[in-house]
Design a protein around this ligand. Structure first.
Ligand code: NAP
Length: 346
């Protein structure tokens, strides 16, 4: 089912030249003639995480007809975060889901439309772009890539087979299924420790398995986790296999410091070993760096003029809600400048 939220009228199948709608700041209306897309907009934001929703707010507020594509729900990874406690403006931790819904409502208030669909490809022409989506093609004069990241797999036997049957990449989604049971969290970054903290409120015991003796997560979270009595650390340890037939029954864990391999009898394995950028749909048009992130310059311009990138999907040194939001704002203003033929003041 295709769901469009917002107040505008984006569905305007027409090959005839017409107004771009509210604002009409784009001088390149002829781009509408070129495409047979069932939907058309000035700025298409692909991805509805914090970067995408902020781009939606700024683009729509600048008078551009703006459409945000959301694959499933507002907020992306942020919405799956139990508590966001370092995004400024909230003295107490705020749920990622609530933050996402509020950002979406804010974008809609400025006239931005939100479409539940996934981008599957993009092609360019002399005056704009056509993005293939699961809801049909969308034509746009400028595109902002905000498709974020997907979880990296651990790559051990049993992981794929037991995915959704005890193997999870989302503690907020699946944690409540493990009330009063023992679970494992694998990883040593902010995601792993944040979610281990969350799970320690639900599970009887959380086994934290990390391949080194030191965590890369911020010290504040490490300290909070140390205060939990139901967390057991397995440092310098790696998971060799995830075991079970119908469901996860345990993990085989190897200690890298010559200690014996052991079996942890857990019912859930929450894997947080990093992320991979979601770029499959646009990699034919924009250049990626060696890690697969979209290359973007200091104005968030990609190698394809008219395509911008914001948030976790790009070559950024810091992946935070706060930096994603900043990216979204800058990318939208760069897209605005592209459309009106100006450049931001330096
Ligand atoms: P990350 O920082 O890349 O950490 C990944 C962790 O997984 C590392 O500890 C890494 O070990 C481990 N790892 C990677 N591959 C592995 C493998 N094959 N087997 C076992 N362990 C493996 O990822 P993240 O924690 O998801 O964080 C991503 C970004 O988002 C970071 O910039 C982070 O700061 C940010 N973030 C921030 C917050 C927050 O501010 N509250 C929350 C979540 C994420 P090594 O340490 O040995 O490399």
């Amino acid at each position: 089912m295709v769901v469009v939220r917002g107040t505008g009228t984006l569905v305007a199948h027409s090959r005839a030249r017409g107004s771009l709608g509210r604002g009409s700041a784009c001088p390149s209306a002829p781009f509408l003639l070129e495409y047979s897309a069932v939907k058309q907009t000035e700025i298409l934001v692909v991805g509805g995480g914090p970067a995408g929703l902020t781009a939606g707010i700024y683009a729509a507020r600048s008078g551009h007809r703006t459409l945000v594509l959301e694959k499933s729900f507002a907020g992306g990874q942020m919405a799956l975060t139990s508590e966001v406690e370092n995004y400024p403006g909230f003295s107490e931790p705020v749920s990622g889901m609530l933050l996402a819904q509020t950002m979406e409502q804010q974008a809609i208030r400025f006239g931005c439309e939100v479409l539940n669909a996934e981008a599957t490809g993009i092609k360019s022409g002399p005056t704009g772009f056509e993005v293939a989506t699961t809801a049909g093609p969308v034509a746009a004069a400028a595109v902002i890539v905000c498709t974020g990241v997907k979880p990296k797999l651990l790559g051990v036997p049993g992981e794929k087979e037991l995915s959704g049957r005890g193997v999870s990449y989302c503690a907020v989604c699946d944690g409540p299924l493990f009330k009063g049971r023992e679970v494992a969290v694998i990883g040593g970054g902010d995601s792993a420790l944040d979610e281990a903290l969350y799970l320690s409120n639900i599970a009887s015991r959380v086994h934290l398995i990390h391949r080194r003796d030191e965590f890369r997560a911020c010290p504040f979270v490490q300290q909070r986790l140390r205060e939990r009595e139901n967390v057991t650390y397995h440092l310098s340890c790696v998971v060799e296999s995830i075991n079970g037939t119908e469901r996860v029954e345990g993990l085989t864990v190897k200690n890298l410091k010559d200690a014996p391999t052991f079996v942890l009898p857990v019912g859930g394995a929450f894997i947080y070993v990093g992320w991979l950028p979601n770029t499959g749909w646009c990699s034919s048009l924009v250049a990626l760096d060696d890690s697969g992130n979209v290359k973007a310059d200091d104005r968030l311009r990609t190698t394809a003029p008219g395509v911008f990138a914001a948030g976790d999907v790009r070559n950024t040194p810091l992946r935070q809600v706060a930096t994603a939001v900043g990216d979204g704002a800058l990318a939208a203003m760069s897209a605005h400048d592209f459309l009106i033929g100006e450049t931001l003041a330096t």
